[in-house]
Design a binder for this molecule. Structure first.
Ligand code: ATP
Ligand code: MG
Length: 395
């Protein structure tokens, strides 16, 4: 028996988007995510996307797992594809749906016949299939109003499809429908979650990471790459730029007032990230900031860092979330265990003893003015090292 995946239009998250753009982006993503699993046909017809294995070797279980992680799909069904032959339908359906029905008390069968040449009406099909299921699983009862499980039999152009309920998808919008944005990725818990959340809204991700060797080591960079590979399971490949940040941090430490170290460092990060983002086609920056989480994430501190980005918006998807809520998502995307590994981030180097929690723009700009950072900023951008991160790690 052959199994396929059906994704119906009603199960897509189409709201507010152009249907053809949406569908073509989604189909592209599905193709890209499944291509290494074996030969598969992916087509759309009758408001439905069909994912159909072509050869025996195709890894169908893994395909279902991957489809669950593709944004833009609210739900999908895993079906048996049968010949349009009543005998075959009646003999295969009860065993195919038996595991889905094993914990159920009640069920009903819905039949849909888009091929009107099929010699049975929908009510006839439903009745016959219901009878076949009952004779194999006599503990069940039919309940047409609120059954535990609904078995669907669809007679379509090329085949009959049978399934017992939908599987929840990842929701969100297909990656690419929203354009591209650059995540400022640290090795912490928050930024990978922020990246995931924005990919879910349809953004292609680029990433920048600020590294300060020798204060930060190669393991910290590896950690960032691992975290991005966890995000890439959902977002697709991510282009990462690692920015050498040591000289800028040392210049801050040597020249600026200590209580402003962190804020000035964050302003430098935002400036550099904006320029890299714009050079690489990103239309926004993304950070993992959450209001009040640390001294540099109070409203006055955000005001001081926000003004340095002039051209593109800064998205902060976690701004209103509690740490617990963020950790729940971090675990869900399998990033948490990596995030809590204890490697130094450049933020923890040169941390002021008493950071300003109510900084003013003027004071901060004054503390920064004492040194000409522009040549160092340019140098850092020029010496940024790029790589591509896939779900399997660095490409
Ligand atoms: P995270 O858990 O993401 O590290 P955090 O709560 O530790 O966040 P900060 O260290 O203040 O907060 O950083 C706030 C945001 O700044 C991060 O979410 C991230 O977007 C960005 N950021 C911090 N450090 C770096 C870095 N080394 N490289 C790139 N971006 C960074
Ligand atoms: Mg951090």
């Amino acid at each position: 028996m052959k199994e396929i995946i059906l994704i119906k239009n009603g199960e897509l998250v189409l709201k507010g988007l152009n249907r053809s753009t949406f569908e073509s982006m989604l189909m592209k993503t599905i193709r890209r995510r499944l291509h290494d699993l074996g030969k598969v046909s992916i087509r759309s017809a009758q408001s439905t996307i069909y994912i159909e294995p072509v050869d025996e070797e195709f890894d169908f279980e893994e395909a279902c797992e991957r489809v669950r992680k593709i944004f833009g799909i609210a739900a999908f069904s895993r079906c048996a594809a049968l010949n349009k032959d009543m005998k075959e339908i009646l003999s295969v359906t009860p065993s195919y749906v038996s595991s889905a029905l094993s914990n159920a008390k009640t069920f009903k069968v819905i039949a849909k016949r888009s091929d009107k040449a099929f010699p049975f009406t929908s009510p006839e099909i439903a009745r016959e299939v219901g009878g076949a299921i009952l004779s194999k699983m006599p503990h069940l009862k039919v309940d047409v109003n609120s059954p535990d499980i609904t078995v669907l039999v669809e007679i379509r152009d090329y085949a009959a499809y049978v399934h017992a309920g939908q599987i929840q998808g990842a929701g969100g919008l297909p990656v690419g429908t929203g354009g591209k944005a650059t995540i400022l990725i640290s090795g912490g818990i928050d930024s990978p979650v922020a990246a995931y959340r924005m990919a879910k809204r349809g953004l292609i991700l680029n990433a920048v990471h600020f590294a300060s060797p020798p204060y930060t080591g190669p393991l910290a960079e590896k950690k960032v790459k691992t975290l991005l590979s966890k995000v890439a399971v959902y977002s697709g490949d991510i282009r990462l730029g690692i920015v050498p940040f040591t000289q800028i941090q040392e210049a801050i430490a040597e020249n600026c007032k200590e209580e402003y170290f962190t804020l000035i460092m964050r302003r430098m990060m935002m400036r550099i990230a904006e320029r890299i983002a714009m050079d690489t086609g990103s239309k926004a920056l993304i950070t993992g900031e959450s209001l009040g989480q640390v001294a540099s994430q109070t409203l006055p501190a955000l005001a001081v860092t926000d003004v340095v980005t002039k051209e593109i918006p800064v998205l902060r998807p976690l701004i209103g979330m509690d740490k617990e809520e963020i950790i729940t998502i971090s675990r869900k995307i399998d990033a948490f265990e990596t995030s809590i590994l204890p490697y130094e981030d450049c933020c923890t180097v040169f941390t002021p003893k008493h950071p300003r929690t109510r900084p003013t723009l003027e004071e901060c700009a004054k503390a920064e003015e004492v040194f000409d950072f522009e040549p160092l900023i340019e140098k850092a951008i020029n010496e940024t090292v790029y790589s591509r991160i896939t779900k399997d790690g660095e490409a």
